[in-house]
Design a protein around this ligand. Structure first.
Ligand code: DGL
Length: 269
């Protein structure tokens, strides 16, 4: 069982930012990644649909022997985590709680900004978790629906993306927030453009490192760590044929993306 893979899923390539952190924290673990590129973006879809997609993918990955599921998607974490935890026989880690911990460790002013998909922001998941952890925290949230499609198109350094960012993030400039949570696992791929747009007053944080840490703790607690006799393998799958952007994202993140496979996710009965 310990050599069984940790399975990670996202709507597209964004979850690779979490895979990157997992590879650093847990180099011996085998990782099985599924990017649902045929159905990306999730961020404008309803909770019911996001739960269904997440359940289909998770059941497939557990069926393939995954010892744990990592929901490397803020949208699915915000809307489908309780459902997945109820129906699955393995532990499930999401990215909202780790992002909240990163933000709380960074803020000095106690005013935190969140950017995310429409569904993530609309769910209020970050706001709730932040206020539960610290009732004096002030939160400003901005939905950024066009960013995932722009990232999946590979427009990481592009004037169109800069214009969209400038429109979405304008309310943050004079808001008094000192910390900006990249509340979508795609956004670290845009970190340079986002920093350029918001300037130095805001420190960017994301969930990846804290999520990897939480996964390590869960595996340790359950006695499920892989033996360190060989380094872990990364197996990548996508529901639409991988295009050139996968290679670009791999280069940005320092991940070998060759050998990515086309996968079919069976629908629920
Ligand atoms: N990476 C996903 C997230 O963190 C993107 C969601 C989408 O497909 O809209 O929310």
């Amino acid at each position: 069982m310990n050599q069984a893979p940790v399975a990670v899923f996202d709507s597209g390539v964004g979850g690779l930012t979490v895979v990157n952190a997992l590879r650093r924290e847990l180099p011996d673990e085998n990782i099985l990644y599924l990017g649902d590129t045929a159905r990306v973006p999730y961020g404008g879809k309803t909770q019911r649909t996001i739960e269904r997609y997440s359940e289909e993918i998770s059941r497939m990955l557990v069926g393939e022997g995954a010892k744990m599921i990592v929901v490397a998607c803020n949208t699915a974490s915000a809307l489908a985590l309780p459902h997945l935890r109820e129906i699955l026989s393995v532990d499930v880690e999401g990215v909202i709680a780790p992002g909240v911990r990163a933000a709380l460790a960074t803020t000095r002013s106690g005013h935190i900004a969140i950017m995310g998909t429409k569904a993530t922001i609309g769910s209020g998941a970050y706001e709730r978790a932040l206020c539960e952890a610290r009732s004096d925290i002030q939160v400003t949230s901005v939905p950024c629906p066009l960013l995932v499609p722009l990232i999946e198109e590979g427009l990481l350094e592009d004037e169109v993306t800069d214009m969209v960012l400038s429109r979405y993030l304008a309310p943050l400039r004079e808001s008094g927030a000192d910390t900006l949570v990249l509340g979508c696992t795609h956004y670290p791929l845009l970190a340079r453009a986002i920093s350029r747009c918001v300037g130095e007053k805001l420190t960017l944080v994301d969930s990846a490192a804290n999520c990897a840490h939480a996964v390590a703790e869960t595996l340790n607690r359950n006695g499920l760590r892989a033996s360190s006799s060989q380094s872990g393998k990364l197996r990548l799958g996508f529901t639409d044929p991988p295009d050139r952007f996968l290679e670009v994202a791999g280069r940005v993140l320092g991940l070998d993306t060759t050998g990515a496979e086309l996968r079919h996710v069976p629908p629920l009965d």
